[in-house]
Write a protein that binds this ligand. Structure first.
Ligand code: ATP
Length: 248
């Protein structure tokens, strides 16, 4: 059963347009219930990897040219976000993209739409989970999302993804642009989501936060995996300390 709820990326090549190679021979696994983080400089291909897994690559004119992605027994070919959501894999895009003109409640209701008809009880259960993680959202269900603070919008973006009851959550830079107190809160929430049984693949600029949450970390550089290992071990390597943890 563990293997059925694990993500396997094998030998993945991704290009944008004809020429730009964004990922080369990338392989990694996200075991059932694990937190895995991707570190690396801007342009390394971290977002591209999440897009390939969530099936949103084509929306960005990217294509998988080699390799495969599967979630358990389900092949994910990088072209179909609905297939990914149905398999239990949901991405929270970078930049807390919420529907600014819709209310908090309406935003949440757009989560999990690709799943088709669900029993009202399933939807209520997902909403209850979101509100217990984010009590602030529960107090603001009727408010326009555009009027929320940056941190609250990030919570809403995560909450919307949770409405699809994912088994694997793909998080792209959840702490970006947030005040330290809010970064701390987001880290707590990620820990809690994981403790409830959801695996997380986390892309983060804040390497300290990411390594403290993750079981395993991979460092991507110019489209290739350069370093991989247990997060606590990587956090002790010279390269990671110097380049990603800002130590000298
Ligand atoms: P960042 O932290 O800046 O988002 P990243 O590690 O997530 O960096 P990607 O966004 O995956 O990196 O970008 C990898 C490479 O692909 C970069 O060279 C980038 O310019 C290019 N790229 C990303 N999206 C597109 C696109 N839609 N069209 C063309 N090239 C793209």
């Amino acid at each position: 059963p563990d293997e059925e709820a694990a993500l396997y990326v094998e030998g993945l090549d991704v290009t944008y347009g004809r020429a730009l190679s964004a990922l080369r021979s990338v392989s990694l696994t996200v075991p059932h219930g694990a937190v895995v983080t991707l570190l690396g400089p801007n342009g390394a291909g971290k977002t591209t990897l999440l897009r390939a897994v969530s099936g949103t690559l084509r929306l960005h004119r990217g294509a998988i040219t080699a390799g495969r992605i599967r979630y358990g027994a389900t092949e994910l070919d990088g072209r179909d976000p609905v297939a990914a959501v149905r398999a239990g894999v949901v991405q929270v895009p970078e930049g807390r993209r919420v529907f600014a003109g819709l209310t908090v409640d309406e935003n949440l209701r757009t989560g999990g739409l690709g799943l088709g008809r669900r029993r009202p009880a399933q939807i209520t259960e997902a909403r209850d989970r979101v509100f217990s993680l984010f009590p602030r959202l529960a107090e603001r269900t009727g408010q326009a999302a555009g009027l929320l603070s940056g941190g609250e919008q990030q919570m809403l973006a995560i909450g919307r993804a949770l409405m699809a009851a994912p088994r694997l959550l793909l998080l792209d830079e959840p702490s970006l642009g947030l005040a330290p107190q809010m970064v701390y809160r987001i880290a707590e929430v990620i820990r809690e989501i994981n403790a409830q049984g959801t695996a997380v693949l986390l892309v983060e600029q804040n390497a300290g936060m990411a390594l403290s949450l993750a079981d395993t970390a991979h460092v991507l550089e110019v489209g290739e995996v350069r370093l991989s290992g247990p997060a606590d071990e990587l956090a002790r390597t010279d390269a990671v300390r110097r380049l990603y943890l800002g130590e000298t």
